[in-house]
Unconditional design. Structure first.
Length: 359
């Protein structure tokens, strides 16, 4: 009697995927890009270690869908980064993976042609190529780690990694973060719970062993040393923002109680701005004011920004897409971005000089 089939009952197909090494061979790391990545990581680690008194600002589109517009943004940001280099390290937000509550476009890697063809193999190569182009401008790059295998394909081009509010509590993502080569920011939970981020930082700092893939694409046991550069990202939640002085003080107390470095990044978007991009400048202004008033725990900020303000639905005819406008969360436009960062630069000069003298 034949054995009954008990697996793959809901799998329609299994398509081959190039290995990380094959993708890297198609889009190899250059000396110029590697120097940019390492310089970015070093600057961020120095900020977290309090060797560098500047703030870092993760700024860029909610998601990348058009590499031409994305590179246009990167070149503008590169020029702006030079202007404010005394007070801030600008890190370009390059997010390819979009977590979904139910359904929707899952991002450039998953569906690069935005037509439900799901050419993940091509999306991964395109994503790596875009990261290489951005790194070669000299900008450090930030991304969100959602798929636990994806960093094997492009982690060598990343300087800062976020673990999102939905995944900070995930053991899989905490284990992955323990092996990443970048500083990692853990967001508080969507309900505002700070303990999730604190526990994630503790977990990621410890060694782990877990299932993954090797550079050759084979199943492997990955063994990590632990990542000591985990830190908290406040993004609001539970129906309220958490960038105010009281919320930041409570976050500081939670980190001290856990015997962790008191390093906090404030996300100006998401629940902190009630998902209204026009409120992001007010959030940033408030946090910069706290730094001016003597706050020592805030080391960074996050801004969702694009060439054009707002967002747009994905049309059936992709030629109708508006250039430089988000297809996921709404963003502030480029002019507003420049204004936000230049205002912060002017206000931070005196405050950071005071940090230098008093620490």
């Amino acid at each position: 009697m034949p054995v009954a089939q008990t697996e793959n009952l809901n799998i329609l197909a299994v398509d081959d995927m190039p290995s990380p090494e094959q993708i890297k061979a198609l889009v190899p790391l250059t000396d110029k890009a590697a120097a940019s990545v390492l310089a970015g990581r070093r600057a961020l680690m120095d900020i977290l270690d309090r060797k560098d008194k500047r703030l870092f600002v993760v700024v860029g589109p909610c998601s990348i869908h058009d590499p031409v517009a994305g590179l246009d943004y990167a070149r503008r940001l590169r020029a702006l980064a030079d202007e404010v280099a005394e007070t801030m390290v600008l890190v370009m937000r390059v997010y390819f993976e979009k977590p979904r509550t139910s359904t929707g476009w899952k991002g450039y890697i998953n569906d690069p042609y935005m037509n439900d063809s799901f050419r993940i193999d091509e999306g991964m190569e395109k994503a790596r190529r875009f990261l290489l182009d951005v790194a070669e401008t000299g900008l450090p790059i930030a991304t969100e780690a959602l798929d636990p295998i994806a960093p094997q394909f492009y982690g060598d081009l990343i300087s800062w990694t976020a673990i999102g509010a939905r995944t900070s509590e995930s053991q899989t993502h905490r284990e992955m973060a323990s092996g990443l080569s970048t500083p990692v920011g853990f967001k508080n939970a969507t309900d505002g719970d700070m303990d999730v981020a604190v526990n994630a930082i503790i977990s990621a700092a410890s060694p782990h062993s877990f299932l993954g893939v090797s550079g050759q694409g084979q199943s492997a046991i990955l063994r990590t040393r632990g990542n000591k550069y985990g830190h908290a990202v406040l993004r609001g939640g539970g129906g309220r923002p958490n960038y105010d002085t009281v919320s930041i003080s409570l976050a500081e107390q939670a980190l001290v109680k856990a015997k962790l470095p008191v390093n906090i990044v404030v996300d100006c978007s998401h629940a902190n701005s009630w998902k209204k991009p026009e409120l992001q400048p007010l959030v940033m202004k408030d946090v910069v004011h706290q730094v001016r008033e003597g706050n020592r725990s805030v080391v960074g900020l996050m801004i969702e920004s694009n060439l054009e303000a707002g967002n747009q639905p994905i049309p059936a005819d992709l030629s109708l897409l508006k250039y430089g406008c988000s297809v996921t969360d709404a963003c502030v436009g480029w002019d507003t971005t420049v204004d936000m960062i230049k205002r912060a630069d002017a206000e931070l000069r005196e405050a950071l000089a005071l940090r230098e003298r008093t620490e």
